[in-house]
Design a protein around this ligand. Structure first.
Ligand code: F6R
Length: 610
């Protein structure tokens, strides 16, 4: 995830920017750059790779002197990691210098328009268009020009901008991408995240969505996106520097669980047509006729990504009626699977580096199949080697236990299922507008599901002294149960199993004894009665049953020991919401058991060995 730092004051900007960027390294990045006003011009240095590479470029005699500048760490989105694509970016005249986080959705159109007017672009990024547009729309006044440009760009963005026309001033713009202003004595700062400026000040303005800040060394003024002044309260940061990296949360996992409303919104951004009727996937470039020819789909992945695939299987089958197999990559790669040029292979991998998944991808390509990767990491092996890529845009996931990566994989799979149905003009296309409207409600519903936190925390205290637990569910609820069970076992170290609820009586029921915790996921209306009778089977053996069910479900209240209610959502999309209390449950069980939540024993974030 990209990081922004900006400085204006009397210190050497290079030191402040490099220090600030180093404090954002934990977010992940693939290149970095700084731009500083120096001797009436702007000196710009950027480099692919680690921040140390950039620091070397500006060391000793190459040091940039000046006390106003902007810096950036980039996590590639549009365009591969490279020196050219690294930020800051400038327009052709070098009048404007910008750093940008987020996505400019209409950059292609703007780029074409500006190219026709004679602008030459040096990078593949969506961001560069902002610098050129500022130059093109220059009104003679920095602030007015920024307001005019912000009306023309669509998408999510946080911007830090400076111009040679008005040195001594920095402008910051926030739209759906976080940005804060650090308030110092005779100096002020811009940052995408608090750790970047904590060394210098603990007083900040947290910019609201659609706010602009104009900074000089002595003053900060804020405005809305049409130029009306806004009033801000100073927020005093009381957390330690290491807590600040975690956004004030105790662990990265909890931070990442709470980031899901934002992450889901980012996954959806730019992928639904303005009228809400269609899925848009400009990134998929299939040869003509391929969509119609696909006669089977293989989803291949590991762990949590495989669980996302189980939901994807049901979504694709329902909307396209193409048979879908979903298999763990370590099995698939050695199984000599039957694939033809009409088989679509979907690999799902957060890291884009998992050895087994990559081996399956390579094998499928050798067999002549087309491979679509769903991944979170731009520039990863999966992103480079697949024929087509859907990025999940979850942002860097640092905790080993995957949370926001999973929910954004689900959203990507729902979108893809809808898109494929559109491409094949299946009879189910008529359902797409309502599914899309449901998907757009998910960020808000995810935020509501997060409100189960305190209830879950107290349940986790009781659960944590047990050694065994079971998850049950049917259909999509079974897929979610598998994920809930994996999450709980990997960080609490309890022995946990998930079962298709109807399968219990074929053996596992023998393990159900008094007080054993059974967590039942009950969101699928069409399977409701069936799941209820399985719940009764375990209740009859005196299990302690916790149900995750929709609010207003009176029946379930009578049948179980405790209910965690989640907001109502189309059952087809319920996995995205139902998993949230399960993630919180694993988190709190792990905390109560005193485990290292973010780094569970024996596990690695990216499994690059077989
Ligand atoms: C569990 C978890 C793992 C990963 C698995 C695949 O919380 O994170 O099960 O899902 O190792 O990793 P990726 O998605 O990077 O291929």
């Amino acid at each position: 995830m990209c990081g922004i730092v900006g400085y204006i004051g009397s210190k050497q900007a290079q030191d402040v920017l490099l220090h600030g960027l180093s404090k954002l390294e934990y977010r992940g990045y693939d290149s970095a750059g700084i731009a500083i006003f120096e001797n009436g011009g702007v000196s710009l240095k950027k480099s692919v790779g680690r921040l140390a590479n950039l620091a070397e470029l500006v060391d000793g005699p190459d040091r940039i002197t000046g006390s106003q500048g902007i810096g950036h760490t980039r996590w590639a989105t549009h365009g591969r990691p490279s020196d050219e694509n690294a930020h800051p970016h400038q327009d052709g005249t070098g009048n404007f210098t910008i750093v940008h986080n987020g996505i400019i959705e209409n950059y292609m159109q703007l780029r074409e328009e500006l190219t026709a007017k004679g602008h030459t672009f040096l990078s593949e990024t969506d961001s560069e268009v902002v610098a050129h547009l500022l130059d093109d729309m220059w009104t003679g006044n920095f602030f007015d020009t920024v307001i005019a440009v912000s009306q023309r760009i669509h998408g999510a963005y946080a911007l830090g901008i400076m111009t040679k026309h008005e040195p001594g001033k920095l402008i910051a713009v926030r739209k759906q991408s976080p940005l804060i202003i650090g308030l110092g004595e005779g100096e002020n700062f811009i940052a995408s995240d608090i750790p970047a400026i904590l060394e210098y000040t603990r007083n900040v303005y947290i910019l609201d969505d659609g706010e602009i800040a104009v900074l000089t060394a002595d003053r900060v003024e804020t405005f809305d996106l049409v130029g009306n002044p806004t009033t801000k309260e100073v927020y005093e940061v009381t957390w330690s520097a290491s807590a600040a990296e975690k956004g004030g949360y105790e662990h990265f996992m909890l931070k990442e669980i709470h980031e899901q409303p934002r992450a889901i919104r980012d996954t959806l951004t730019g992928r639904i047509s303005e009228d809400g009727q269609n899925v848009v996937f400009d990134e998929i470039n299939w040869p003509a006729g391929f969509a119609e020819k696909i006669d089977r789909v293989h989803i291949v992945a590991c762990g949590t990504s495989w669980h996302a695939g189980m939901v994807g299987k049901q979504a694709i089958e329902r909307l396209t009626r193409i048979p879908v197999d979903c298999e763990v990559a370590s099995e698939y790669r050695y199984r000599d699977p039957i694939v033809t040029e009409n088989t679509l292979i979907i690999v799902i991998t957060q890291s884009g580096e998992t050895a087994d998944t990559m081996a399956a991808l390579r094998e499928a390509k050798l067999q002549g199949s087309r491979v679509l990767a769903i991944t979170n990491v731009v520039g990863s092996s999966a992103a480079r080697e697949a024929d087509d890529v859907i990025f999940t845009w979850a942002g860097p996931e640092i905790s080993v236990a995957s949370t926001k990566a999973y929910t954004t994989q689900l959203v990507s799979l729902y979108l893809f299922a809808g898109w494929l149905a559109q491409e094949r003009k299946t009879p189910f296309v008529s359902e797409i507008p309502s599914i899309l409207s449901g998907l757009q409600q998910l960020p808000e519903l995810a935020a509501m599901a997060l409100q189960t936190e305190s209830e879950i925390e107290s349940f986790a205290k009781n659960l944590a002294d047990k050694e065994n637990a079971f998850f049950i569910g049917r259909g999509l609820d079974y897929a979610v149960s598998l994920e809930g069970s994996l999450k709980l076992k990997e960080i609490s170290y309890m022995h946990v199993e998930a079962y298709a609820a109807g399968e219990l009586k074929h053996g596992t029921l023998a393990l159900i004894v008094e007080d054993i915790p059974v967590i039942a996921v009950v969101t699928q209306e069409s399977l409701y009665e069936k799941t209820l009778s399985n719940i009764k089977e375990v209740k009859a053996r005196d299990a302690f049953v916790l149900a995750v069910a929709f609010e207003g479900d009176e029946e379930i209240q009578k049948s179980v020991d405790q209910v965690i209610t989640i907001p109502r959502v189309d059952p087809f999309l319920a996995p995205v919401i139902a998993v949230i209390p399960l993630q919180l449950l694993s988190y709190y069980a792990s905390v109560v058991r005193g485990n290292d939540v973010d780094n569970p024993r024996n596990l690695a974030k990216s499994v690059t060995v077989e």
